[in-house]
Design a protein around this ligand. Structure first.
Ligand SMILES: NC(=O)c1ccc[n+]([C@@H]2O[C@H](COP(=O)([O-])OP(=O)(O)OC[C@H]3O[C@@H](n4cnc5c(N)ncnc54)[C@H](OP(=O)(O)O)[C@@H]3O)[C@@H](O)[C@H]2O)c1
Length: 239
């Protein structure tokens, strides 16, 4: 997909923050962006308006029937799907000694299970069309162990392996790649972020626009680029 103009690309969790930046960038490239959200209705409406009146799709991605309904709605309203950016996720911090089953499921249902079933729904359609691009947003936490985020790290490491396995499963028509962001703050700050910033070779935190650049690279790349994870982290994963 060397040209994004006119392509139908779904971005999950696109109301705010990184997802919004990806959606804005894809709209600027001329794509027909489908904006997914769950609870942030007003923010999603603003992103959709800023994308030139993009269509909105609401779904709780914890539920596979809701994922299936969302893709059926995309079929009805947009007629096809060329790209999928799995961006929606949860992030929580717990001492692993205290993590409950509910804490574990809350993370894995969105960060890993939903990513798999969105990939499945998209790839069925893309393979039938003969072409498609999937980009999964993972995390530096899927590459490096963070003690108080063991549950989150496991979910994001799962996204990276899912990317590799599905790249083989869906080839040659559909590519599956991943972008692993480092520290991308939107106003929030804490001591852990200061420690990460101090260890980052680039000497700064990143921006949503820099994550969007990497997403666009994978969406535009030929099918010779698949199964890859690109860390966009100022070099922090190399430490
Ligand atoms: N920000 C960072 O520093 C950073 C670092 C590493 C990796 N990442 C990854 O980059 C991606 C975006 O990060 P972010 O910080 O911008 O994300 P975020 O604001 O924490 O979450 C993005 C969106 O995910 C959606 N979401 C959560 N649970 C959902 C559910 N059950 N069903 C449907 N949607 C759900 C939410 O949509 P609604 O608001 O509409 O409910 C939310 O706005 C994530 O995959 C994250 O893990 C971020």
């Amino acid at each position: 997909m060397s040209e994004l103009a006119g392509k139908v690309i779904l971005v999950t969790g696109a109301a705010k923050r990184i997802g919004r930046e990806i959606a804005l960038r894809l709209a600027a490239e001329g794509a027909r962006v489908a904006i997914h959200y769950s609870t942030s209705e007003a923010d999603a409406a603003r992103t959709a308006a800023d994308c030139g009146g993009a269509p909105l799709f609401r779904a709780n991605l914890e539920s596979v029937p809701e994922i299936e309904r969302m893709f059926a709605e995309i079929d009805e309203r947009l007629g096809r799907i060329d790209g999928l950016v799995n961006n929606a996720a949860r992030f929580t911090r717990f001492d692993p000694l205290n993590v409950t089953e509910a804490d574990w499921d809350s993370i894995h249902d969105v960060n890993l299970k939903a990513v798999f079933f969105c990939c499945q729904q998209a790839a069925r359609r893309m393979k039938a069309q003969g072409d498609g691009r999937i980009v999964n947003i993972s995390s530096l936490g899927g590459l490096r162990p963070w003690a108080e985020h063991a549950h989150y790290c496991a979910s994001k490491a799962g996204v990276i392996m899912l990317t590799r396995a599905l790249a083989k499963a869906f080839a040659p028509q559909v590519t599956v790649n991943s972008v692993a962001p480092g520290v991308i703050p939107f106003g929030e700050w804490n001591d852990a972020m200061t420690a990460m910033l101090n260890a980052t070779p680039a000497g700064r935190v990143g921006t949503g626009a820099e994550i969007a650049d990497a997403v666009v690279y994978f969406l535009r790349a030929s099918n010779f680029v698949t199964g890859q994870t690109m860390a966009v982290d100022g070099g922090l994963s190399q430490r």
